[in-house]
Design a protein around this ligand. Structure first.
Ligand code: H79
Length: 465
């Protein structure tokens, strides 16, 4: 009798929790992400060892592409990788730096195009545990640190491009007889040039074999062994087949709350959000879907010792606010060194952004896009509150006459103040609803000054300027 009751209770309980997972809507899954607005991308791998230089030659363009750009043979690259020994890796320090910068999530390269896995893997021995002197899983302690500090964790996984696991070049459909084979088909010139194809060992398996033997089992490992995962970030979809995409997509059921991007396979696997890379979309490009701009701090994702071309905190803060004013997220990259440290310049940028976010973060988190679009003098975000709406005006340029004119707002102003120091700002409302804000003489924050104007009631989604 007792056992029957327990059995019934268990069935009901388990049944409900399963049901609850299956019934997560997209809005429910995206809720934290839309609130977060700001995340950290981490590109880390054995490419941080050459750090942009191979055989004494500086290799142009993005550092994580060095194997491809320098056409490094698999054996040479793999020998180099053995020496990977990030003894200064301190995942908790990384998570704290992200958190202090105001970032709410981290997406790290679990495996980039070079095929090197930062995690223990049964599916490919080219991983940090089996292949390097370091010999320890790098993602486990990062997952623990994220959990401890309340930061969401996502994994980047290069599913369709892998230069060290045979078959992962996705440029040819080989027949069973393998390479060289006159029947193999080069997909297109772009793919031939850029998907890598400089070592016959890369083509000793078919793409389908690579998907079944490496990509599918590795993604299953990633979705199983690291606790709750917030994001799976696919990359470079060209060359993917529907069959391969379906196999990978099916694995996502292992993490019912996971969010994925639009790079699994185009166009029929749209994922949850779009991924403008190294650019902020124009308003006209936006179609109402969720999006995230990913961007480097300097000119590379993976660490390059000589790339000092860093954007200023001022530019990056403006980027973040520009993105928020258009309703998107900002995924800002750090490329740690082979020893496991963030570059000093990146640390400085993160600190400066964090300092600004502590004071002005409310103009970013959980905000919606500007109803006016872009102002010539700055940006706007808005947030609905209990009694009304907070409007945040960010001043890219301090107007010469010291006045901001906000048209079309037929709402009563409750208060207006500078976030920088909390001081009150004078506003007047004309009969036609236009609000004029009188600014103080001097711009109090050289990085970016934000004015919060609280009004009664809801504000329309679109207002003409
Ligand atoms: O992980 C980062 C890049 O390595 C990856 N996506 C971001 C997030 C990426 N892979 N491919 N691409 C981006 C676009 C391709 C760029 C290319 Fe090139 C331009 C390939 C060939 C020309 C850059 C320059 C890479 C090689 C030369």
């Amino acid at each position: 009798m007792k056992r029957t009751i327990i059995a019934i209770l268990l069935t009901v309980f388990l049944g409900q929790s399963l049901l609850a997972q299956e019934m997560l809507t997209k809005d429910e899954r995206m809720a934290w992400w839309r609130e977060a607005r700001f995340g950290m991308f981490i590109h880390w791998g054995v490419y941080a060892i050459p750090a942009g230089t191979w055989n004494g030659r500086q290799i142009g363009n993005i550092g994580e592409w060095i194997m491809n750009r320098a056409k490094i043979p698999m054996m040479d690259y793999q020998n180099m990788a053995k020496e990977f020994n990030p003894v200064k890796y301190d995942p908790e320090a990384w998570v704290k730096m992200a958190k202090d910068a105001g970032m709410k999530y981290i997406v790290i390269t679990s495996k980039h195009h070079d095929g090197f896995a930062l995690f223990d893997s049964e599916a490919s021995k080219f991983n940090v545990v089996d292949h390097t002197v370091y010999g320890k899983d790098l993602l486990k302690p990062l997952a623990e640190a994220c959990k401890k500090h309340g930061i969401k964790l996502g994994f980047y996984y290069s599913q369709a491009q892998d230069w060290n696991n045979p078959g992962g070049t996705a440029i040819r459909r080989l027949t069973k007889e393998g390479w060289p084979n006159p029947d193999s088909v080069i997909i297109d010139a772009y793919t031939k040039e850029h998907k890598g194809h400089w070592d016959w060992r890369q083509e000793t398996k078919t793409f389908e074999q690579y998907i079944d033997d490496v990509a599918v089992p590795q993604v299953r490992e990633l979705l199983t062994n690291y606790g709750d995962l917030a994001v799976l970030w696919w990359d470079t979809p060209s060359g993917m087949t529907d069959e391969a995409a379906e196999k990978l997509q099916a694995l996502l059921a292992l993490q019912p709350a996971i969010i994925t991007n639009d790079r699994l396979k185009r166009p029929n696997f749209p994922g949850d959000h779009k991924t403008p890379e190294q650019r902020i979309p124009n308003l006209a490009d936006l179609d109402g879907s969720d999006w995230e701009t990913c961007m480097t701090m300097n000119g590379t994702w993976g660490y390059k010792s000589y790339d000092k071309n860093y954007k200023t905190p001022r530019t990056l803060i403006r980027n973040l606010v520009d993105i928020a004013s258009k309703g998107g997220n900002f995924l800002l990259n750090v490329g740690p060194t082979a020893e496991g440290e963030f570059p000093a310049e990146s640390i400085e940028i993160l600190e400066a952004m964090g300092k600004w976010m502590k004071i002005n973060g409310e103009s970013v988190y959980g905000t919606k896009a500007s109803p006016w679009g872009l102002f010539p003098w700055g940006r706007c975000t808005r947030k609905e509150t209990k009694n009304g709406t907070s409007l945040y005006f960010s001043l890219y340029e301090w107007p010469a006459d010291g006045k901001l004119v906000i048209p079309g707002l037929s709402a009563r102003v409750v208060s207006a103040r500078l976030l920088a120091d909390g001081s009150k700002i004078k506003t007047t409302t004309a009969k036609n609803g236009t609000i004029t804000i009188t600014l103080p003489q001097n711009d109090p924050d050289p990085l970016l000054t934000v004015i919060r104007v609280d009004v009664r009631g809801k504000v329309a989604d679109k207002i003409a300027q």
